[in-house]
Structure formats: structure tokens, C-alpha cells
Design a protein around this ligand. Structure first.
Ligand code: GCU
Length: 413
């Protein structure tokens, strides 16, 4: 499609939104009816592309996992190319406040500078660490939308221990966790269609001005950015970088899974309502579909993914395989009953099917194909899950379950 026409379509329909049903007109041909879900067979996790059964952890790690990651790279999210000139990564703590939240924590505002002969950009990274805890602390790293305006402490008594954006940092500090956030829009626009200003331009060889069909889209750029956040954490003595839980909601839940699948430095991953291109299975075509996604957000994935619109059965992967690539590191999936756009059932089934690999690697997983009851979290399993009533957001109930899951899996010796 002509890029200008596409750009106009996106301006009209692709504004940042929640997954709630605000897009009434937009989702009128979407299936939410379980009885109309097509019949499908998932690609097998434990058979290699040449038909070899995968029966040992070694065969998983050396053969099948690399195969699957490569397929996700070139067909779904897009591969990060070798940059034409090496990208220098450097860190600058631009502000340090040891009295954050009335002295409960220290806040560092870090700039991650990225530069090479093609240009220079900086990504904002926030790091909070509790003052009382023994250092270095485990921490959560949140893939965050660009809300730098709202990450101040809310000193009003109605919201003790929270930031203005709702993040319950007081609870994290009380449990001995640090909390970090990476601001992806410093690297790539929410619904980027040009790829001329952000991180992509640093990677172009002479003559290139747009990602190739198999090269990184928006979500892949977000994942790359979180890994640069991890590069910084490896240098911060207040943080135990071997115990970092990566998390994100919705679009950022998708980016979270792709980050954790590739970057094994992350010890645990939490996908909050990540839906289509996150935890939900493509083949169910329930709620948001590949077609819907690439119509509104054409470059969240790579252009190769467009080829599978209405041909999901031809995909050599489905999203349970993405979760499996995180194994044996614990993964937690969160859904809610009214978040039908994200296909809660498909999110659960991905986690359930990925459990097969966790078990092969000596871990534990979800035992039943049946979605658990509302507010019956599965925590004592390397693949965790909860569903609650309500819609598309992270509520206090969810935050506390994420912390419970991390308490069990990140704090054990
Ligand atoms: C849109 C999009 C979803 C995405 C969501 C969000 O609704 O269709 O895939 O998860 O935005 O990020 O809130």
C-alpha cells in the first residue's frame, strides 16, 4: 500500500486506545462467540522443523528454542539488524533524589544515550530503590507508555504510597523490591509509520530509510530498549540484576513477552492483558485478530506478518511458543473477564500449552486446560495465571498478585 495513504488511514483509525470497547464501529465484525472459534491445530512445541522429536532440555535449548525465536524474529516482530555502525550505549544519572516518598526510597532519573555516525538519541529510564532494604534489591522493570508527566509521588492521603499514575510503589518498597520504568516512545512512536527519527535510523546502512519486511517493527524496538535498560541495571550497585521481573500491560505486555523470550537476563516475566500478539493464540481469532492489528497498527509487527492475515493456520508459530521460549524462567499471565478484545481464554491456553516445555525443563506448569475461576490465582507454578472480573487495566488486585508471584519465584535461594 502506498505509504501516504496508509499514513492517512492510521491517522483516522489508529490513535492510541485501550482495549475496552471504545472502538464500537471498529470491532463490529469481531468474533466474541466461543462457539464460532475456528477449528485449529497448534504447531507442535516439541518437534523440530525437520520433524525431530525434542525430548531433552539440551535439544530444546540448542535446537528447538533457537528455531522458534528465529521464526518470531523474521515473521512476527521483526529482526533487529546488525547496525551499519556500532551503537554506543552510555548512561547518565541526571537526577538522584534520596528522599523520594518521604525518604522511603531513592529515585534516579537515568538517560540512556545511544549514538553512532547516523545520529544520537536518549531514552529516559527511571529507577526507584527502597532505602530500608538490604542492597542490592530485586526489582520490577516496567515497559511503560510515555507517561513521564505522571510519575511523581502522589502526596495526597487518598493515595498513600502511589505515584500519580497509580503505580503502587509503596507496596513494592515494603516487600523489598526496586521498581524501574523504560519509556519506549523515546525510541519509537506509539504507532510509528515513518521510522526516520527514532532508534531505527541508527541502524540503517547508507541508502536504507525503512525497515525491510523481516526487520524490526515497533514492538521489537520496545524490546530492544528494555534490554538497554537491563544493560544499565547491570551497572547499578543498588540493584540485583539477576532478579529482575519484566512486566507490561497490553501493548507493553506484548513487548514484555518478546523481551523476556529473547533476553535471558530477565529472571521472570509478567504479561498483563497482552492479548493479540501477546499471550493470546492467533489461531482462535477471538477478539482482536492479526487483520485488526495490522490495519490499525501496521508496524507494531514486521511487514512479513501481514502475509498471514486471514491465513493464521499457515503460521509456523503460535503465541504459546513465545511463552515457552521464556522457560525455565517463571512467566505470569493476567486476564480479565470483560477484556474480550484481548481474548482471555486464548491468553490462558497459551500459558497452558507452554507449560509442556516448563515440565520438560524440570519445572512446573499449568495442569488443567480449564481457565481457573475468577480471583483464584495460580502462583505456585513456574507458569502462573489469574483472571479477575472487570476490564482492561492493572488494578490493585493484579499488582498484588504480581508481587506474590515474584515473592515465590524471585526470592527463593
Ligand atoms: C489497542 C490494540 C491492542 C493493545 C491496546 C493497548 O486496543 O488493539 O492490541 O493491546 O491498544 O495497548 O492498550
Amino acid at each position: 500500500m502506498n505509504r501516504i495513504v496508509l499514513f492517512l488511514i492510521i491517522l483516522l483509525v489508529g490513535q492510541p486506545t485501550g482495549m475496552s470497547r471504545e472502538a464500537k464501529e471498529y470491532d463490529k465484525d469481531v468474533n466474541y462467540d466461543a462457539s464460532r472459534i475456528p477449528r485449529y491445530d497448534l504447531p507442535p512445541l516439541l518437534v523440530s522443523s525437520t520433524g525431530k522429536p525434542i525430548t531433552t532440555p539440551e535439544a530444546w535449548h540448542n535446537l528447538r528454542r533457537p528455531e522458534i525465536l528465529s521464526l518470531f524474529s523474521s515473521l512476527i516482530y521483526g529482526r533487529v539488524p546488525q547496525p551499519a555502525h556500532p551503537v554506543n550505549v552510555s548512561f547518565e544519572v541526571v537526577k538522584k533524589d534520596p528522599d523520594f516518598m518521604n525518604g522511603k526510597a531513592t529515585r534516579k532519573d537515568v538517560k540512556i544515550h545511544l549514538d553512532n555516525e547516523n545520529g544520537k538519541i536518549s531514552m529516559h529510564f527511571l529507577v526507584f530503590t527502597p532505602n530500608q532494604a538490604e542492597k542490592p534489591v530485586p526489582a520490577f522493570l516496567k515497559h511503560s507508555f510515555n507517561n513521564t508527566q505522571s510519575n511523581d509521588f502522589d502526596a495526597s492521603t487518598s493515595n498513600p504510597g502511589r505515584l500519580k499514575n497509580g503505580w503502587p510503589l509503596g507496596d513494592f518498597f515494603d516487600r523489598g523490591y526496586g521498581f524501574c520504568a523504560v519509556y519506549q516512545q523515546d525510541l519509537v512512536g506509539h504507532n510509528e509509520v515513518e521510522f526516520l527519527k527514532g532508534i531505527h535510523k541508527l541502524f540503517y546502512p547508507k541508502g536504507q530509510s525503512f525497515p525491510k519486511a523481516h526487520e524490526w517493527g515497533v514492538l521489537s524496538a520496545c524490546a530492544w530498549g528494555a534490554s538497554r535498560g537491563m544493560d544499565y541495571l547491570e551497572t547499578d550497585p543498588d540493584i540485583d540484576h539477576t532478579r529482575i521481573a519484566i512486566m507490561g500491560h497490553s501493548k507493553m505486555g506484548k513487548a514484555t513477552l518478546w523481551t523476556a523470550a529473547q533476553d535471558t537476563r530477565f529472571a521472570l516475566a509478567i504479561s498483563a492483558q497482552s492479548g493479540c500478539a501477546g499471550a493470546a493464540l492467533w489461531r482462535r481469532k477471538s477478539g482482536e485478530t492479526l487483520k485488526k492489528m495490522v490495519t490499525r497498527f501496521p508496524y507494531w509487527l514486521c511487514r512479513n506478518a501481514w502475509k498471514f492475515v486471514e491465513n493464521e493456520d499457515d503460521l509456523p508459530v503460535d503465541q504459546h511458543m513465545l511463552l515457552a521460549c521464556i522457560a525455565p524462567r517463571p512467566v505470569y499471565v493476567h486476564s480479565s473477564t470483560e477484556d474480550t478484545w484481548a481474548d482471555s481464554r486464548g491468553e490462558y491456553l497459551s500459558a497452558y500449552h507452554a507449560s509442556e516445555v516448563y515440565r520438560l525443563l524440570g519445572g512446573t506448569g499449568l495442569k488443567s486446560p480449564k481457565t481457573p475461576e475468577i480471583r483464584q490465582p495460580v502462583l505456585n507454578s513456574d507458569v502462573g495465571y489469574h483472571i479477575r472480573e472487570g476490564g482492561h487495566s492493572i488494578q490493585m488486585y493484579d499488582w498484588l498478585r504480581f508481587m506474590d508471584f515474584a515473592d515465590i519465584h524471585l526470592k527463593k535461594e
